[in-house]
Write a protein that binds this ligand. Structure first.
Ligand SMILES: Cc1ncc(COP(=O)(O)O)c(C=O)c1O
Length: 421
């Protein structure tokens, strides 16, 4: 079946609901996407019939093994990992990153260097800063190019030297949508034997990842950003799978990805992860391998998201009093359809509250990307308003957004006027 946003939308109960008699519009995908009906079904199906733990000689435990196996295989295809064994699960990206940062930094020495960036969500900054502090390693912060909020990759690569142990970098910003050229960074890191840890949480719902082409050592993402449940997942490159020494309970397995998984996993969540990846792949050639179906489906998402992006930017250019922080063109190799905005006379929170009253869901603030907000000097202003689109969003929803924004910006020129509305 060919992708259309309408066909995708029909699979999300949340998108057609009315709240207090008004339709709803979700522009908060970067904070958490809506969950498809197929995902819900698989999760309740697992919990309703098979809830068990691993290792038993009975049907529900065997089903739980199968659910875990299937989830690893599906994520392996999603990331193009060499093997399902390279995929470890955890509660969310942040927990996995704190856990892995302890393990990865075990043999760092005083004076070793690590690199973090101003574009990153602080899950991929604080964890490394704290690991560095424990080991007296030096942390280098790489800034953005303020003109378009892209990462200064040349500066990052120039910072890599013989002492560099690790580069922690996002694949795409959850605030401005800026995409990072990871391949350039891994090429520079490989020359000195430094590791690269990629945060692909924001990138994953918009672009198909290929960890082998990226050449990264680690990559993390979260299923609740790609239409699934609250589960985090990590790719661990083959050379690190057995070489790292994880903190773990003694009786737990010391072979394969289970070494990195603490305690009992959310098996219903794993069932949901597989269903979310099946959802993503559904527009590909029936019967083709999962990776191919994902490639074909993502080609359709790109086309639609670029169209949304183009339309949004065109409407934005006609809106008086709004400022965009980010790459100004609809080029999916440079940006996702996620937009950071500020407004003349209004704080981002005031606009978010106004939109909220119209059931238009969009957040405001720093979104944990503190380095970015600081560099743009927007802390006192309350950060930015974030409009984030997914492939289930439509031009009609963008029209509705601009209707509300145009009314607000044209009618009122003081915050007091908005507060009274
Ligand atoms: C880019 C990015 N990285 C990391 C995170 C943290 O992910 P999690 O909520 O799975 O810990 C988020 C969450 O919003 C994010 O957007």
């Amino acid at each position: 079946m060919t992708f259309t946003p309408e066909r995708a939308r029909a699979q999300f109960g949340a998108l057609s609901q009315h709240y207090q008699d008004k339709p709803v519009i979700f522009f908060d995908g970067p904070g958490g996407s809506q969950v498809s009906l197929g995902v819900l079904e698989k999760m309740t199906g697992y919990l309703g019939s098979y809830n068990a733990n691993l290792g038993g000689h009975y049907f529900s435990s065997q089903m739980t093994e199968q659910v875990t196996h299937n989830a690893r295989a599906s994520v392996c295809a999603l990331l193009n990992a060499p093997s399902p064994d390279n995929i470890a699960f955890g509660m969310n990206m942040t927990s996995l990153t704190f856990h892995l940062s302890r393990i990865i930094s075990r043999d760092w020495q005083p004076g070793d260097e690590i690199i973090v960036t101003a574009l990153d969500h602080y899950a991929n900054v604080s964890s490394w800063q704290q690991a560095a502090e424990d080991k007296q390693a030096v942390v280098h912060h790489i800034p953005l190019r303020p003109e378009d909020c892209t990462l200064d990759t040349e500066r990052l690569c120039a910072q890599i030297n013989d002492k560099t142990r690790l580069v922690a970098v996002t694949h795409a910003s959850n605030v401005t949508g800026s995409v990072v050229d990871i391949r350039a960074i891994t090429a520079a890191a490989q020359r000195v034997g430094a590791q690269v840890y990629v945060d692909a949480v924001h990138y994953a719902p918009h672009n198909l990842i290929d960890v082998q082409a990226l050449g990264c050592d680690f990559l993390v993402c979260s299923a609740y950003k790609f239409f699934g449940p609250h589960i985090g997942m990590a790719y661990i490159a083959p050379q690190w799978l057995q070489r790292l020494r994880p903190y773990k309970v003694e009786p737990a397995t010391d072979i394969g990805p289970g070494r990195f998984e603490t305690g009992t996993q959310s098996f219903e969540g794993l069932a949901g992860v597989t269903a979310a990846i099946d959802y993503l792949a559904q527009w590909g050639t029936p019967g083709a391998p999962l990776r191919q179906r994902l490639q074909e489906s993502f080609a359709a998402y790109h086309q639609h998201e670029e169209d949304l992006c183009r339309y949004f930017l065109q409407r934005l250019r006609q809106l008086e009093g709004a400022r965009l922080y980010g790459y100004p063109e609809p080029d999916s190799t440079r940006r996702t359809p996620t937009f950071a905005l500020t407004f003349k006379n209004f704080s981002p929170e005031q606009i978010a509250m106004l939109l909220g009253r119209h059931n238009i869901c969009a957040g405001s603030g720093h979104f944990y990307a503190q380095g970015l907000i600081r560099q743009l000097n927007l802390q006192k202003h309350g950060g930015v308003l974030r409009i984030g689109m997914m492939h289930y969003n439509t031009r009609q929803e963008i029209d509705r957004l601009f209707e509300v924004l145009e009314d607000a910006l044209a009618e009122a020129d003081s915050p007091a006027a908005v507060a009274g509305r």
